[in-house]
Design a binder for this molecule. Structure first.
Ligand code: NAD
Length: 344
């Protein structure tokens, strides 16, 4: 029987990180969870509300580029698992201002890897040690309609400064396995959606704009295809990987839900029309507005999830209809949460 795990969760005050921390604290109540987060515009302590008092949880505000802080946390908290979520994550921001993407996604990941490598040389941890890098399917680039979905061996071909910085950090992580035998796993996941997602991302943006009666901007012709994964299913996938994933491997994680952006927005409009009383503009699809396409906009992403299913038995369980319904209801009932973020 293994002893309680001791996790350092970077970026735990962001969207996926906070969902993961909530999931883990609930499911593994004996484990220690230390969240390290710089609280950038995307980080929000409200996402972790209710956890502060719990004695297995600690929040530390700090930057993943701060080596001395990380060295200190690893030793004093006797960390065995790093779940590395912290990143600059918004493609549009990376096009306008790529600097912080290079700093956080590349230099930050490198700093964590170096710190963990030297720590493991000096400290014996009780559980199996693991550096889990949470990455994106965007590292693989764009697919056309007929190309097969991304597998773990698809060549990297990133299009944006965001995806290039994530691709670079994936390579760094894998090089630490090959060069130093650092116990790493990389996961490449498709688009997540669910509670606590920052309002700039497509699904929350559409939900909030419908509630405010504002235009629903759609890039280009709206025919770009994304695979959508409900964030709670992502958490169960990461659970499987942390507990049973093979060191040195990469796992693709997806929702098996390929949808055109325009179709997705129409589903959201229908759900809001059904669930929200007294919308400012009804029916909501009257708000749809096509805007100039994003530079370097990838046409299609699709994930082949056979490996994680065959090796770890993981599969997503939330249908798109069900997940979107839960998400629309969440934004409808958490106006205080998103209103406070609109100026950021
Ligand atoms: P997010 O932008 O919501 O959260 C990022 C968090 O990292 C924030 O809390 C922020 O304060 C923190 N952070 C940023 N820079 C930091 C720094 N230098 N030091 C410490 N903390 C810092 O992002 P998200 O959507 O939750 O994504 C989490 C991870 O998952 C990212 O690595 C992202 O690349 C990856 N990912 C996201 C998606 C998605 O659909 N959202 C899909 C696949 C992979």
């Amino acid at each position: 029987l293994s002893s309680p795990r001791r996790l350092l969760v970077t970026g735990g005050a962001g969207f996926i990180g906070a969902n993961f921390v909530r999931y883990w604290c609930d499911r593994y109540q004996c484990d220690r969870i230390v969240v390290l987060d710089a609280l950038t515009y995307a980080g929000n302590l409200q996402n972790l509300a209710g956890l502060e008092g719990k004695n297995n949880f600690r929040f530390v505000r700090g930057n993943i580029c701060d080596r001395a802080l990380i060295d200190n946390l690893l030793v004093t908290e006797n960390i065995d698992t790093i779940a590395h979520f912290a990143a600059e994550s918004h493609v549009d921001r990376s096009i306008v201002e790529p600097n912080t993407f290079i700093q956080t996604n590349l230099v930050g990941t490198f700093t964590l890897l170096e710190a963990f490598r030297q720590y493991l040389e000096n400290v014996k941890v009780t559980n199996r040690a693991l550096f889990l890098h949470i990455s994106t399917d965007e590292v693989y680039g764009s697919l056309n309609q007929s190309e097969p979905a991304f597998t773990e061996t698809t060549a990297y071909n990133p299009s944006s400064p965001y995806s290039a910085s994530k691709a670079g950090s994936d390579h760094l992580v894998k090089s630490y396995y090959r060069t130093y035998n650092l116990p790493v796993i990389v996961t490449n996941c498709s688009n997540n959606y669910g509670a606590f997602q920052f309002p700039e991302k497509l699904i929350p943006l559409i939900c909030i704009n419908i509630l405010l009666g504002k235009n629903l901007p759609i890039y280009g012709d709206g025919q770009n295809i994304r695979d959508w994964l409900y964030v709670e299913d992502h958490c169960t996938a990461l659970d499987a990987v942390i507990n049973r994933g093979k060191i040195g491997e990469t796992y693709n994680i997806g929702g098996n839900n390929q949808v055109r952006n325009l179709d997705l927005v129409n589903i959201l409009c229908n759900l809001m029309d059904e669930l929200a009383p007294n919308l400012p503009v009804s029916p909501s699809h009257n708000l749809i507005t096509f805007v100039k396409d994003r530079l370097g906009h990838d046409r299609r992403y699709a994930i082949n999830t056979k490996k994680i299913y065959n090796h770890l038995g993981w599969t997503p369980i939330t249908s798109l209809e069900e997940g979107l319904r839960l998400t629309v209801a969440w934004y409808l009932h958490h106006a205080d949460w998103w209103r406070s973020l609109l100026s950021k």
